[in-house]
Design a protein around this ligand. Structure first.
Ligand code: HEC
Length: 559
């Protein structure tokens, strides 16, 4: 580790209590060692995570090609740390805890053994890779991983018929649900207040049928091989990952964004909170968001800054978009014209980034709108407006999941169900749809960069993609790990495009000059959605919220 890095960490981390000058005797490592197993010898790409009981965060490093891992001294305060590892198919034989002091580096060599059962180690992507079936059959499960993992499906014993009913019931839970805290969609509330489940649709029956072939309905143990992805290698091991616990463990930090001071703002997909984490102290402030529709599910999806640094949120079934004024700490809301229409009231996305151009934001949800904030008028997008006659039929089926704006506040919508990126002109509302080069790629969410290039995730295409709105040309990069299913992409100041796996626990960093992609594995079970970068660090670091564990995660490349 070089001196510059030491200095940078000291500046960036407000918890340092001891001298870190690089004199001959002072250690640069707090804790280090090698990772090995009898079977493999030294092991590369094993994640080593430590945590002090009194802290609200865990820190992870990864073993290199020689099996070495090292926690820099600036990162670990003296104390007793619990140690855990992640390496699919391996485990630590005993519970490890280790005492770290400020005077000398502590050595802890980790000898792993093969896990008795790899089933508990598999990510959703590894289950999908392992199970028999066609791509189309497996892709049916991509809609099942947003509220819980596939473990529930593969471990279940339902027959095809019973499973069809379970799948039908799933359609009645709102997006911001978990098995611990389910919320019923407005249109699925039965007369008794419980979830109302109609008879299975054809699609539910098809999923139920396939699910009954890969679960434990007829066999006591899966008969297919359980396969795992290769562990991280090379640059993918040169990283420090910090997981910050949120105050309420049930928080679903679906979207998290970094402000110019390095503070991380997050929404909660399942409750009415806006939060702010100070990464140098771990301190969290939360603001309760008023309910606009009591009785409807709570929680927000998109959150974005306007040019003044105020925050706009898409409030889902609360049927509004919300603005948080950072000076007065007050919330203001704008009601969707579909506010009284049950499930259709849902708003998800909102784009205040260039509201300075014309006073308008675009809203995505069940329908998409251009909203004039001063007058409160919502104008629905008609995707057939201005398209050539041969495109009218295709355009009428367009809906957009992610939405983004260019420097003129024109709209770009991402069609998750198909493969269109659709421009809508801010002044004329004329639409121009563009097919991605990869058919049926499932464009999901993205970020516009300062040169009006839209970086976005191709969810089914397993690609990072870019649409240059000025030349109207696409570029695509296949992610090297299958079943990553990128949800979102953001470009950092240094020219790296970052994305993450909604279906596995990998973060991808694309070097846009060399086209090289580095894959970083995260220590926990995640379900990566919105991604962001902190451009104030060098090199820029990556942030993402983890709905499955109620944490905010920072990934810092070490280079
Ligand atoms: C919108 C959130 C959501 C989605 C999406 C979702 N689930 Fe669930 N799932 C839940 C909740 C909440 C529970 C617990 C309550 C229940 O069983 O209905 C659950 C439970 C389950 C269970 C256990 C049921 C039992 O009786 O033990 C299975 C199996 C399951 N889900 C399968 C699926 C499949 C298959 C899909 C995709 C077609 C899916 N889920 C998609 C929210 C969701």
């Amino acid at each position: 580790m070089n001196a510059k890095f030491v200095l940078k960490l000291v500046l960036g981390f407000g918890l340092i209590l001891f001298n870190t000058s690089t004199t001959a005797n002072s250690p640069t490592a707090a804790l280090f060692g090698t990772v090995s197993s009898q079977h493999d010898g030294v092991m590369e790409g094993v994640l080593v995570t430590v945590r002090r009981e009194e802290d609200s965060f865990s820190i992870t490093v990864v073993s290199d090609a020689e099996g070495r891992y090292c926690f820099p001294i600036e990162r670990l305060q003296p104390g007793t740390y619990a140690v855990r590892i992640r390496a699919a198919g391996y485990e630590l034989p005993d519970r490890h805890s280790i005492s770290v002091n400020a005077q000398s580096a502590t050595r802890l060599d980790l000898h792993l053994r093969k896990a008795a059962d790899v089933a508990d180690h598999l990510s959703n992507g590894e289950w999908l890779m392992s199970m028999p079936g066609t791509l189309e059959e497996k892709q049916q499960f991509l809609g099942c991983i947003s509220c819980h993992t596939l473990q529930r499906i593969v471990n279940s014993r339902y027959s095809a018929e019973d499973f069809a009913h379970v799948v039908q019931r799933m359609r009645g839970w709102s997006q911001g649900s978990t098995p611990l805290r389910p919320q019923i969609r407005p249109d699925s509330v039965g007369p008794d207040g419980n979830i109302f489940v109609p008879p299975p649709s054809e699609a539910s029956s098809r999923i139920g049928e396939y699910a009954s072939k890969v679960n434990l309905s007829v066999v006591p143990r899966w008969e297919y091989d359980l396969k795992t992805f290769p562990r991280p290698t090379g640059l993918g091991t040169q990283v420090i990952i910090t997981e910050y616990d949120l105050r309420r463990p049930e928080t679903l930090p679906h979207d998290a964004i970094v402000d110019e001071d390095g503070m991380v703002w997050y929404g909660d997909f399942g409750s009415q909170y806006l939060g702010k984490l100070n990464p140098s102290t771990g301190a969290i402030i939360e603001y309760a968001i008023p309910k606009t529709k009591p009785g409807a599910p709570g929680g927000s999806l998109d959150l974005n800054f306007d040019p003044d640094g105020n925050i706009f949120l898409g409030m889902m079934y609360q049927g509004v978009i919300m603005k948080f004024d950072r000076a007065t700490e007050e919330f203001t809301s704008w009601k969707s014209p579909l506010f009284d229409d049950g499930d259709d009231a849902r708003t998800a996305m909102v784009t205040p980034t260039r509201v300075d151009v014309d006073g308008k934001v675009w809203v995505g949800g069940v329908d998409e709108f251009q909203v004039d904030l001063a007058s409160g008028v919502w104008t629905a997008i008609d995707y057939t407006k201005g398209v050539t006659p041969d495109m009218v039929e295709a355009a009428s089926a367009i809906g957009s999941y992610g939405v983004a704006v260019d420097s003129k506040n024109n709209f770009y919508g991402l069609q998750l169900r198909g493969d269109f990126v659709t421009k809508v002109d801010a002044k004329t509302l004329v639409s121009t749809p563009f097919h991605t080069p990869t058919p049926n790629s499932g464009p999901r969410r993205g970020h516009m960069d300062s040169e009006d290039r839209l970086w976005f995730g191709e969810f089914r295409g397993n690609r990072i993609a870019m649409f240059d709105t000025r030349t109207e040309q696409f570029r695509e990069w296949q992610v090297p790990v299958p079943w990553t299913n990128p949800y979102d992409v953001v470009l950092d100041r240094a020219g790296y495009a970052w994305s993450g796996g909604m279906t596995n626990d990998f973060v991808a960093r694309l070097n846009t000059e060399t086209d090289e992609i580095t894959m970083y594995l995260l220590p926990g079970t995640t379900n990566i959605r919105r991604v962001d970068v902190d451009n104030s660090t060098s090199p820029p670091s990556f942030w993402v919220g983890n709905n499955l564990e109620g944490t905010l995660i920072r990934v810092e490349p070490l280079e």
